[in-house]
Write a protein that binds this ligand. Sequence first.
Ligand code: F0G
Length: 476
Amino acid sequence: MLQTAEKHNAAQTDLAFQRCINPQCGATFETLSIRTACDHCGDLLDIAYDWDRASVPSKLSDFEAMWSQRNNPVRFSGVWRFHELLPFAPQDKIVTVGEGQTLLQKADEVAKYVGMNPGQLYLQYEGMNPSGSFKDNGMCAAVTHAGMMGATRAACASTGNTSASLALYCSATRAMQAVIFIGSGKISYGKLSQALDYGALTIQIAGDFDDAMIRVKEVAQKLGIYLVNSVNPFRLEGQKTVMYRILEALRWEVPDWIVVPGGNLGNSSAFGKAFSELHQHGLIDRIPRLAIINAKGANTLYELVTDHGAKWNGGNVEMNPITAYNEAMDRDGKRADTIASAIEINRPVNLKKCLRALEVMDGVVREVDDQQILDAKSQVGAGGFGCEPASAASVAGAKLLRSEGVIAPSDRVACILTGHELKDPTATVAYHTADKELFEKTLGSRGVTTAHFANRAIPVANDLDAIIAAIENAGR
Ligand code: F0G
């Protein structure tokens, strides 16, 4: 049985606590404290719960009862209607702007492109969130915790979507001021325009995302600003719900594969935690496999896992190869570079949690180049609702894994489309353009040689006959 709202309110904050992910340390800290790392060993933190005292439903379909409570903003939310699975905040402290009304769509045209049987490939459209990306799933949780802590300012470094999301929550709730750090020249206009329009204090530093991430941590610490990057463990609690909604859309059946683009690795980390907890509660009988797809120009995870044997190893992560890899990046001045600007990241902050997710979900990691990403993106657009470049890495990755025989044509696969089509129109227009100069400048420099599925606009004189002729000829 689900618990009542009253019981919820009384129980929450002491049900949850923060816990170091390193099993050898396992230090715990109270919910009502602000930390992005363990005080003792410096590792990342999880939100853990005293599940014995929580009221987890006995079956997932019990959550369907929440659909009938849509007049309650908490239960309207696609995140908070699963409150029992992330019970760290009392209901009256929950911040929501109606996030998580997203769709899982069967996409047979895209399935054909990927090499799957009809009916087996699904696209999870997280771009349908209020700020246009999956980030809102986690941001509502982080902003909820920030509010519980009495924060008046919240900050993040961002490739654009985290900042758009934070800026939106701050503008819509007036609860606190958003301070966002972005790399110069790296952010797409769709995302930058959101931050500016929502009134965020926008700091555009001379550097890239990895530089901005280092700086925002320093500044947040010095000025006592609440940090909402995905080192914030509360954010990842909200991101677990993307998996709950996929199960919900599949009538609580577990798919065979979850395929997700990898950047800072918050999503993959959250997905691993979601499934490991559901399994622990006995709410699912098996865990799907995870495929994390890096862009080739930002492939730290891929290289670490494939070439340097990085693994969770029950919590005994061998750090020497990882440290050596990072030092070599510094020495060589290596910078991330991909058209998928959202995942243009070389130092993923959630690396260790992600290694844990790979272990829990028997995961694999692959890399795809910008050509594969943009071709896949055009197929998502032509066979669905569209997505931004980074999101299409999931579909390109599924195609690659299919061609390797790792994914079978009969497997049931859910690709996460993390961001909305309109986030980055520059990349889309450059792909479809007939303007060779624009193509070269935007894409050619990144190794994209041919837009295999270009849908070119047809220039035509302002003349009725000419227009009709153009339409008729195009139909042939
Ligand atoms: N897809 C999109 C559209 C993103 O914006 C991001 C991350 C990712 C995928 C990668 O997800 O970090 O959980 O592995 N964007 C961050 C930002 C870094 O600042 O908006 P991840």
